[in-house]
Design a protein around this ligand. Structure first.
Ligand SMILES: Cc1ncc(COP(=O)(O)O)c(C=O)c1O
Length: 303
């Protein structure tokens, strides 16, 4: 059995503006390849994998998925065969052009490319059975790595030194990270989630099902047009943030959240004297793929 370290990430002061203090919880520094919420989500799933004597881990993701990248890296480090079911059949002969997929392949991950419509069945029991009969005794991890064991892991993001903050902020995809934060936040803390997707109304219910704890709110104004969509002001913000604070943000999740928090501080959303803690959930590997797309369109890239 492997013993995973208990990691308490450092808190970095960012700024005091409008009488609100903003700090960043550097979960992105946990590991260069399994950073942020990915380490948290995989930790107890790996324990379950080793206990259950499975042959491989099978999971799901898109072409630039941070979760696919982190699962492949875990496979390489722990010598676990990994299989990625990837959305988009057309990617089958574009692996070398795609930084996420080529990294995952270099870690030993095998792929099954499926059409977008087949991919929608990713949680359908019949589809999962089909995958099991094709790949054998697989440990199934859902898209984004979110399941009950992942939430047990994301509950460990907060620690002794995060107890004094008034607000805890996180980017939201599936909501598994926010659920863990809600479950471990102090009663006086308000947890704010910043969805990376456009139509995020459904998330409130989903998160309510995964979490039982302190108050939470979803701030849905900072998706910038939808999942993985960007605008020049977002990219400028990410680059200025890097220059000023020496912290790289990603354009899909943490950049949008930080942009939102900065704007909310300027607009007076947080009461004066508040202490705000934003969780840096990693995802920097995604900037390579984003820069490829920006470069192709002759747009300014992320530094
Ligand atoms: C870097 C990063 N931040 C935040 C999230 C959101 O996490 P969750 O899916 O648990 O809401 C993700 C997605 O998995 C991510 O890759």
């Amino acid at each position: 059995m492997i013993n995973f370290p208990e990691i308490k990430s450092e808190i970095q002061f960012i700024q005091k503006n409008n009488e609100v203090e903003l700090f960043l919880l550097r979960e992105d520094l946990i590991h260069p390849e399994i950073s942020g919420n990915k380490f948290r989500k995989l930790k107890y799933n790996l324990e379950a994998y080793f206990k259950g004597k499975y042959d491989s881990i099978l999971t799901f993701g898109g072409a630039y998925s941070n979760h696919i990248s982190a699962t492949a890296a875990v496979g390489k480090i722990f010598k676990i065969p990994t299989i990625g079911v990837i959305r988009g059949e057309e990617l089958i002969d574009k692996i070398n052009e795609n930084p996420t997929l080529s990294f995952a392949q270099s870690c030993g991950m095998k792929f099954k490319f499926v059409t977008r419509s087949a991919y929608r069945n990713k949680s359908d029991p019949a589809f999962l059975e089909e995958l099991k009969s094709e790949f054998g005794n697989v440990y199934l991890l859902p898209e984004g790595g979110t399941n009950a064991l992942a939430i047990k892991g994301t509950k460990e993001i907060l620690h002794e030194k995060t107890k004094d903050f008034d607000y805890i902020c996180s980017a939201v995809g599936t909501g598994g990270t926010l659920a863990g934060l809600i479950n471990s936040a102090e009663n006086h803390q308000i947890t704010l989630g910043f969805p990376a997707l456009k139509d995020s109304e459904f998330l409130h219910n989903e998160i309510n099902q995964m979490a039982q704890g302190s108050d939470f709110e979803l701030i849905s104004e900072y998706h910038f047009g939808g999942y993985a969509k960007v605008k020049p002001e977002l990219l400028e913000f990410i680059n200025a943030f890097k220059q000023q604070f020496d912290v790289t943000l990603d354009a899909v999740y943490t950049g949008k959240m930080m942009f939102g928090i900065f704007q909310m501080i300027n607009l007076g959303y947080f009461p004066k004297g508040s202490k705000v803690l934003a969780v840096h959930t990693g995802g920097i590997q995604g900037n390579q793929g984003m820069n490829q797309k920006l470069n192709f369109k002759n747009k300014k890239m992320i530094i």
